[in-house]
Write a protein that binds this ligand. Structure first.
Ligand SMILES: O=P(O)(O)OC[C@H]1O[C@H](OP(=O)(O)OP(=O)(O)O)[C@H](O)[C@@H]1O
Ligand SMILES: Nc1ncnc2[nH]cnc12
Length: 221
């Protein structure tokens, strides 16, 4: 799992299995468990990496489009993906805790958010493209890798002070995610972090975000 501040710090500062000769203490046990989790994640990440297709010059010349839909053709890979998001959410909110609200971004964040919310037993709230949601809205216009767009969220969808995690498939320029974060805050939510499958690291989208960013795969560095 790349760019995971909580997990990476724990792994880097804990003793590794090969360094440990003394009797096992509870902190070493925790470290071993983390090693096991990390290995499991690396195997899963490799599965996702192989499933994702890359298409040059789509939807515009110069864009290398990374398509996550093939992950969903296999129930096994689909399950592994939701599990990976579940583990990542646990790292953000703390073991045994859950966010109050998961916010998913139109459209590909909707592939992950509702299923994950059901697993965690929390609320799911959509951030929709402009013109799709009824009622009183908060809206924002933003730039993304291949154009400009507008997002909306329903005004009363997030209780004041609610712990919120934003999920989407990919971060490129970070424009979409930053806009969604702005909407969450306008609604009074407390933004705890973002989770993506793919990060296009060369675009440094995470620099636009002011909450921790967790990604499974780094690409296009
Ligand atoms: O980091 P950025 O440069 O903002 O780009 C990332 C966004 O672009 C894609 O969505 P898109 O707007 O293409 O919508 P879609 O999910 O309907 O395809 C992707 O799913 C992210 O939401
Ligand atoms: N290169 C890319 N591939 C897929 N979705 C994207 N959204 C923004 N940039 C993208």
């Amino acid at each position: 799992m790349s760019k995971s501040p909580v997990a990476t710090d724990t792994i880097q500062h804990g003793p590794s299995r090969s360094e440990s000769h003394a009797p096992t203490t509870s902190s070493q046990l925790a470290s071993n468990e983390i090693d096991g989790l990390r290995q499991q994640r690396e195997e899963q990440t490799e599965i996702f990496r192989q499933a994702i297709t890359k298409t040059p010059d789509f939807p515009k010349a110069g864009i290398l489009f990374e398509d996550i839909f093939p992950i969903f053709t296999s129930p096994h890979h689909h399950e592994a993906l939701i599990k990976a998001y579940e583990l990542q959410t646990q790292e953000i909110v703390g073991t045994g805790q859950k966010p109050d609200v998961l916010v998913g971004l139109d459209a590909r964040g909707f592939l992950i958010g509702p299923t994950l919310a059901l697993r965690l037993g929390c609320s799911f709230v959509p951030v929709r493209k402009a013109g799709k949601l009824p009622g009183k809205l908060q809206t924002v216009t933003y730039e993304k890798e291949y154009g400009e767009d507008s997002f909306a969220i329903q005004d009363n969808s997030i209780p004041t002070g609610a712990k919120v995690v934003i999920v989407d498939d990919l971060i490129a320029t970070g424009g979409s995610a930053a806009a969604a974060g702005e909407l969450v805050k306008k609604c009074g939510g407390q933004l705890l972090g973002y989770i993506f499958i793919i990060e296009l690291v060369g675009l440094n989208g995470r620099s636009k975000l002011d909450a921790p960013v967790y990604t499974l795969i780094e690409s296009q560095s």
